[in-house]
Design a protein around this ligand. Structure first.
Ligand code: ADP
Ligand code: MG
Length: 222
């Protein structure tokens, strides 16, 4: 992988993304990636999408069903329904561009490696289930390509069992039939996704084994 110079002549950081269906283990592995880099004396910035910025916070409320559409209101009906999926896809894309502008790019240019839990591939996999893939691709066209994407491959059943064992609230996406569709969408996308290097790991292995394979990938690249 080439080393790009930032504006101040500093070595630019690398942009690493973790991807997988809910329960695949991206958040667990992100912690390991950060620890591994820090132990080597590297400067690291950990982040996630949806972000903790204004658009990301709004998205989290949308995913929990706390922000809804009320299309019947003009007729005096109290009917509530989910937001238009295309509008949701736009929110994800807007959150991402704000994330890049406000956080990711400045951190990379300051010489820090940025490790991000979910990125464009998540939008392509999740949002394309309800709105067309081409639209989702188009609105993400301006998003910076990661240097490395680590995809943790886990079957929907395995991921669901993990989620059920660990979480109290369920987000919209955390249901088995949907998880299966997301897993299939990721597989299809991975056949042609070529933004930076993509490494696919078996995320069903024991946590320590997954961690050591992630470490092996990093050792090869750094
Ligand atoms: N390789 C693994 N084997 C078994 N359990 C795991 C593994 N990786 C993660 N978990 C557990 O699964 C749950 C979800 O992990 P998490 O990292 O939050 O996944 P994600 O962020 O992809 O949804 C957590 O309880 C975590 O401890
Ligand atoms: Mg997570």
């Amino acid at each position: 992988m080439t080393t790009k110079k930032g504006q101040g002549g500093k070595r630019r950081g690398r942009f690493i993304v973790l991807e997988g269906i809910d329960g695949a283990g991206t958040t667990s592995q992100l912690r390991h990636v950060v620890e591994w880099l820090e132990r080597r004396g590297e400067l690291v910035h950990a982040t996630r999408e949806p972000t903790d910025g204004p658009i990301g916070l709004m998205l989290r409320q949308v995913l929990r069903g706390r922000i809804v559409a009320t299309p019947g209101q003009a007729r005096g009906e109290a009917k509530k329904e989910p937001l238009d999926p295309a509008a949701v896809a736009l929110l994800f894309a807007a959150d991402r561009l704000d994330h890049l502008h406000n956080e990711i790019v400045p951190q990379l240019e300051a010489g820090r490696h940025v490790v991000c839990d979910r990125y464009v591939l998540s939008s392509l996999a999740y949002q394309s289930l309800e709105t067309d893939l081409r639209f989702v691709r188009n609105i993400n066209e301006k998003a910076l390509a990661p240097d490395l994407t680590i995809f943790l491959r886990v079957r929907a059943e395995v991921a669901m069992a993990r989620i059920e064992g660990s979480r109290t609230h369920k987000e919209v996406f955390e249901q088995l039939p949907l998880q299966k569709r997301v897993a299939a969408a990721y597989e299809k996308l991975l056949e042609s996704y070529r933004d930076g290097e993509v490494v696919i790991l078996d995320g069903e292995e024991e946590m320590s084994m997954v961690t050591s394979r992630v470490r092996g990938t990093l050792e090869r690249i750094f």
